[in-house]
Design a protein around this ligand. Structure first.
Ligand SMILES: [Zn+2]
Length: 387
């Protein structure tokens, strides 16, 4: 009996050591590897661009920071976004997206929803609560709770935007808005739209890398449009003033959404195929982008390979200018995809490098104000719930 107890204690200690090593060493090293900033010298800026940058209202439409265990209150040397770096970059508003499922072997061409899910491994390695292990819905709720915890600390000066009036606090606080990356957290239940709204979500992506119950992904197997459930879901989202993000949706899904609802839709992170042909399996054709802008929608330009060809600040600015030539200067915004398992040339503290490049490449100050944040701010002001 005594030997049995000794063996049990031995295995318990070994298990605790393994859990400690995985959560404190393996998971953070994955974070550092998957959200890399390419080492570089300080980027060139000018007095004029710095002055302009400091006067901008800056909005970023997409960051997956809540997926990672690092506490955003501290300034980190890994990853792309935390509160100190948002302040350094002059960011007024950050959209936090919740990634909840990611099929193994992720690619832009074709993924199966049945492939093993890498997020379920990551969240266990980061010691997320057991209720999130087998529920995609709970993973979205948990990420919203992480943001609420940040909001509850007054020294963070952070406000989660729930309605139009909340937008008025931008001069004092960093505004945050919650977005689901795909609507699989609904778990096939319409009432979960309301539950996620209660958790704080005011924007919902429809798909991520795989076809889901709402319809086809741009990187899925079917390339199909909205399902009956998808139609019901987008109508309910529109009814509740939840903004719809089609960043990873198939062309057929996007067309169906435009034909189903009356309001605008947006693309939180992406680019244009005409600006970089190799992004045909990540971005949408100009014809649909024009349709989205005509309906009052916006496109956030990503900073990663796959969305744009050249990921340097110069290349990001070039794609912003190209996208303006297609959708117009009122429809383009920033959509970094920071902390979205992407390699970038800047983190969020270095956004002034983009302002400098936009100025260098000939945009007017007024145009720069729009693309760096005012277009996105105005989109939210038009589409958030009144109260
Ligand atoms: Zn994404």
């Amino acid at each position: 009996m005594k030997i049995m107890i000794k063996i049990s204690i031995f295995f318990l200690i070994i298990s605790l050591i393994v859990i400690f090593l995985v959560s404190k060493i393996v998971a953070p090293s994955q974070d550092a590897k998957m959200n890399e900033v390419i080492p570089h010298e300080n980027y060139k800026v000018s007095n004029k661009s710095e002055k302009l940058h400091k006067s901008l209202f800056i909005t970023d439409l997409h960051s997956d920071t809540l997926l990672w265990s690092r506490n955003p209150e501290k300034r980190w040397k890994r990853g792309h976004v935390d509160l100190p770096r948002l302040r350094e970059g002059g960011v007024n508003m950050q959209v936090f997206s919740a990634v909840t499922k990611s099929p193994r072997g992720l690619n832009f061409d074709s993924n199966s929803p049945d492939a093993p899910d890498d997020i379920s491994l990551l969240i266990k390695a980061q010691l997320w609560p057991p209720r999130t292990w087998n529920s995609i819905f709970e993973r979205a709720v948990y990420q919203a709770q992480r943001l609420h915890k940040l909001e509850s600390n007054p020294s963070n000066n952070l406000l989660i935007v729930r309605n139009k009036t909340d937008m008025e606090h931008a001069d004092k606080k960093i505004l945050a808005l919650l977005l689901t990356e795909g609507s699989h957290p609904l778990e096939g239940k319409i009432e979960n739209i309301n539950n996620l709204y209660d958790a704080g979500y005011r924007a919902m992506g429809l798909q991520h890398f795989f076809d889901n119950k709402l319809g086809g992904s741009l990187h899925g197997k079917s390339q199909s449009g909205l399902t009956d459930f998808g139609r019901e879901a987008v109508l309910e989202m529109e009814r509740m003033n939840i903004m719809i993000d089609v960043a990873h949706s198939s062309i057929n899904t996007v067309k169906d959404v435009l034909n189903t609802i009356e309001g605008p839709i947006f693309i939180s992170h992406g680019g244009t195929i005409s600006g970089c042909e190799k992004t045909f399996n990540r971005n949408l054709p100009d014809k649909i982008l024009k349709e989205i802008s005509k309906r009052g929608g916006i496109l956030g330009i990503g900073y990663f390979d796959g969305a744009i060809c050249d990921i340097s600040p110069k290349g990001i600015a070039r794609e912003i200018i190209h996208a303006i030539s297609i959708m117009g200067e009122n429809s383009i915004a920033l959509g970094s995809d920071f902390d979205g398992t992407v390699t970038t040339t800047i983190d969020t503290s270095e956004l002034s490098a983009i302002t400098y490049q936009l100025l260098e490449q000939g945009l007017t100050e007024k145009q720069i104000r729009k693309v760096m944040g005012e277009n996105a701010r105005d989109f939210f002001l038009r589409n958030l719930p009144e109260i």
